[in-house]
Design a protein around this ligand. Structure first.
Ligand code: GLC
Length: 554
């Protein structure tokens, strides 16, 4: 351990900071590129962190920056204790953590325990070991079915498409066993019944906690444990790619045993004090079941994906908010709110789609029901202003504060998501929400770097959305986010309560403390009285369609 990260300023020291925090997700590949190679990096992030602090958020969550061959944009980790050269060095990570703390920002890093990269030293070792060698038990190898074991051991499919099993080739060139990968074939699943796997992750958590991180966003926190015997699975109709709306446990997601892992991790974090947190990426339904991930001795928060997936419809939104508050408060956890992330179609596009688009499928030039951009942005601003008035903790994904839409027109040959390859182009995947950010309208790559390189092409129209263009404009989306975040903090909305009002069909209205929120989601224009604190679009004395206002009740 080289660096001891400075502690946060005293005003930021509350142990339950996460109960009402706004957490900004940085996707390192696409945030800021310090060395100009076209891929974002840690020094790039550090150099721009003050901008994020100035936005008014409490913490930053960083998607993975560990050593990785980048077959799934870093979610395929080859070494959990080091930084990939594409992103920088461990010293750069230390510098980033230190700078964040100086600015009063907490740092949450991503932890990916369900699988490793196929380039991880354990998997390399397993691949050349004798079939009965104990080193292979760290992964999930099985004999194939059928004559010569030529069929996969069961019928499970990968979240990214195609079978969840790949047959290995033995060092002598003959076909061997099959290994399980719920994601890409370059991401073999770990065997979490193995004590060495459990111990290894204890150690990895300690490694990063000692470096000063404030918590972990836990990847695929509904995975890890597989049902004994690995039985075939016949999903419900309509089940989405991450387990979908299925109410039953699958043999690979939502298994009861995973909760023991989270209890164990919680104890490790508590060894560092009460303020380090675990955030679950758990695609489990319904919310009352997801709440099991955030019981008092497990994780602190879970991403509220059912909220993200809720249609732009006043009744559906009200039901979902009510259900969320009830489900999470039932286990004494805050609800979270999230509208966009690196796996979903950006909400400035998603909210105006007119065709069903299952999570992870993405949109591209040939998708049905493509959004009208202006309508999408209008709804996104209204949705965000509503979200930021809710009690609990909210997540903001980089670029949404600029109103960035999904990049729909990425050429086929520029696409990188394994989903695109594993479905032979049938699903576009997630590249469209991962395009490098526009910082300055007139600079190369819009200021993402100084060379103009960009690992995914940036749309021409993004010049108009660049941060420098928006920062002086009071009507910009950036100004809306800043104003809303400042008011949310000043009025302590994150610790408040929701009291519903009935103002007519298509109108979602509630009071939280001294703020009245009115969102017109497809209703008639509704009149209001009172002082406007924030508005997602032009208002006089009525709230027009697809618009949210905050009014002062004082
Ligand atoms: C999570 C990540 C996603 C990644 C997958 C496999 O869902 O958010 O980006 O591809 O896990 O690690």
């Amino acid at each position: 351990m080289s660096t001891v990260a400075p502690t946060l300023p005293p005003s930021k020291n509350a142990t339950d900071w996460w109960r009402n925090a706004v957490i900004y997700q940085i996707y390192p590949r696409s945030f800021a590129d310090g060395n100009g190679d076209g891929i974002g990096d840690l020094p790039g992030i550090t150099s721009r962190l003050d901008t994020i602090a100035a936005l008014g958020v409490d913490a930053v969550w960083l998607s993975p920056f560990y050593v990785s061959p980048q077959h799934d944009a870093g979610y395929d980790v080859a070494d959990f204790r080091d930084v990939d050269p594409v992103f920088g060095t461990l010293a750069d990570a230390d510098a980033l953590i230190a700078r964040a703390h100086e600015l009063g920002l907490r740092i949450i890093v991503d932890m990916v325990p369900n699988h490793t990269s196929f380039e991880h030293v354990w998997f390399r070792e397993a691949a050349v070991a004798e079939i009965d060698s104990p080193v292979r038990h760290r992964y999930i190898y099985r004999d194939g079915r059928g004559p010569d074991g030529a069929e996969p051991p069961n019928n499970w499919t990968s979240v990214f498409g195609g079978p969840a099993w790949t047959r290995e080739t033995r060092p002598d060139g003959t076909p061997g066993q099959w290994y399980l990968h719920l994601f890409d074939s370059t991401q073999p699943d770990l065997n979490w019944s193995h004590p060495e796997v459990q111990d290894e992750f204890d150690d990895i958590l300690n490694f990063w906690l000692k470096r000063g991180v404030d918590g972990f966003r836990v990847d695929v926190a509904h995975g890890l444990i597989k049902e004994d015997g690995l039985p075939d699975h016949f999903p419900n109709e309509g089940g989405g790619s991450m387990g979908g709306s299925e109410f039953i446990a699958t043999p690979y997601f939502g298994q009861e045993g995973v909760h023991d892992v989270w209890r164990r991790w919680r104890r490790i974090l508590e060894g560092y004090g009460p303020d380090r947190i675990l955030v679950a990426e758990a695609w489990v339904y319904p919310l009352t079941r997801m709440a099991n991930w955030v019981r008092p001795d497990e994780m602190h928060q879970a991403f509220n994906f059912p909220y993200l997936e809720t249609a732009w419809d006043a009744d559906a939104q009200r039901r979902m908010i009510t259900e969320s508050l009830a489900a999470f408060s039932g286990v004494d956890a805050p609800s979270t709110w999230v509208l966009s992330n690196h796996d979903t179609v950006r909400h400035a596009s998603r909210l105006a789609l007119t065709a069903v688009n299952p999570q992870g499928h993405g949109i591209g030039p040939k998708s049905a029901g493509l959004p009208i951009p202006d309508l999408g942005l209008k709804r996104a601003r209204a949705a965000t202003l509503m979200m930021l008035a809710l009690p609990g903790s909210a997540y903001v994904y980089q670029g949404e504060e600029l109103g960035l839409p999904e990049h729909v027109d990425i050429p086929d040959d520029a696409r990188q998501d394994p989903t695109w390859f594993r479905t032979a182009g049938e699903r576009y995947g997630r590249d469209g929400c991962r395009v490098p950010l526009p910082w300055e309208a007139e600079a190369p790559a819009y200021g993402f770097n100084t060379t103009g390189e960009s690992w995914l092409p940036q749309p021409d129209a993004w010049a108009g959305l660049a941060r420098d263009v928006q920062s002086g404009d009071p009507a910009s989306t950036l100004s809306l986010y800043k104003a809303a975040l400042a008011e949310r903090a000043a009025r302590d909305l994150g610790n408040g309560t929701v009291e519903w009002l009935d103002l007519g069909d298509g109108i979602l209205a509630f009071d939280n403390g001294d703020v009245r929120v009115i969102a017109n989601i497809g209703g008639d224009e509704v009149r209001f009285e009172g002082t406007v604190i924030a508005a997602s679009g032009p208002v006089n004395d009525t709230v027009p369609a697809d618009t949210t206002v905050w009014l002062s009740r004082r």
